[in-house]
Design a protein around this ligand. Structure first.
Ligand code: SAM
Length: 229
């Protein structure tokens, strides 16, 4: 990964800690797990793909390899400095240039993004543990509003961060993280069909994969599978 990518990421981490949420871009192992459902797509029909919080493009770099002719690829990133870097990569790097015409970077918070049509795959790198509880609710509603029934949401979270911080954090923070934990659990309990353990990442992460049902409200949770990297 070019040094410039790390430098931009670290600068944004220092300037906008709450929304950047990590000290370094994701590893290629984490990126590969995030792209897994797209890689495994069934059939030849074109699909719609949405990446949320792409940052410097650590996950995007893997996603672009799996975008085929006829697919649509939208990226929603609220930080203009990251959006500028992503657009430069679409203009200059061969694997990105190949899908330039079918891709667009939208500089807007995801909770305000209005899509023309729902998506088959939503891939999110948002640092939800840093957010107020009401915003986490709003973002999960947005994820499922933006997904087609049967569509797949993949997102990562750093391993055990919530369970540690709900024990040793400040009281206000503990309450906030406990609420975030139950919000996430209400979705993962019903809709998760796979979880990947990624140890080669700073910090180690889980990738959660959820499948939307008709209203994302029926009891359609498929079997949980786990892999380790
Ligand atoms: C932890 S970084 C992940 C970056 C990249 N996906 C990776 O894995 O290295 C989180 C990213 O989400 C973006 N972000 C935070 N809140 C957002 C929001 N409400 N809407 C869209 N993007 C957001 C940040 O600007 C940042 O680029």
């Amino acid at each position: 990964m070019p040094l410039r990518e790390y430098a931009t990421f670290f600068r944004q981490f220092r300037q906008r800690f709450e929304t950047t949420g990590a000290i370094a871009p994701s590893s290629r192992f984490l990126a590969s797990a995030m792209a897994h459902p797209l890689k495994q797509r069934a059939g030849d029909a074109p699909v719609r793909v949405l990446e949320i919080g792409p940052g410097t493009g650590a996950v995007t770099r893997t996603l672009v390899k799996h975008i085929r002719e006829g697919d649509r690829f939208d990226l929603v990133e609220l930080n203009e400095a990251f959006a500028e870097m992503l657009n430069a990569r679409f203009d200059n790097e061969p694997a990105w240039k190949r899908v330039r015409e079918q891709s667009e970077v939208h500089v807007v918070p995801i909770q305000e993004f209005a899509a023309e049509e729902p998506y088959d795959f939503v891939i999110s790198g948002l640092p939800l543990n840093n957010f107020p509880t009401a915003l986490v609710d709003e973002i999960f509603e947005a994820y499922f509003r933006l997904l087609k029934p049967g569509g797949v949401l993949s997102y990562f979270e750093y391993q055990f961060v919530r369970s540690i911080r709900t024990r040793i954090g400040k009281s206000e923070d503990r309450k906030r993280l406990t609420t975030i934990d139950s919000t996430m659990k209400s979705y993962t309990d019903r809709l998760r069909f796979r979880r990947d353990w990624i140890f080669v990442n700073l910090p180690p992460a889980w990738v959660q994969h959820l499948r939307a049902d008709e209203r994302s409200s029926a009891d359609s949770a498929p079997t949980v599978g786990e892999t380790h990297a």
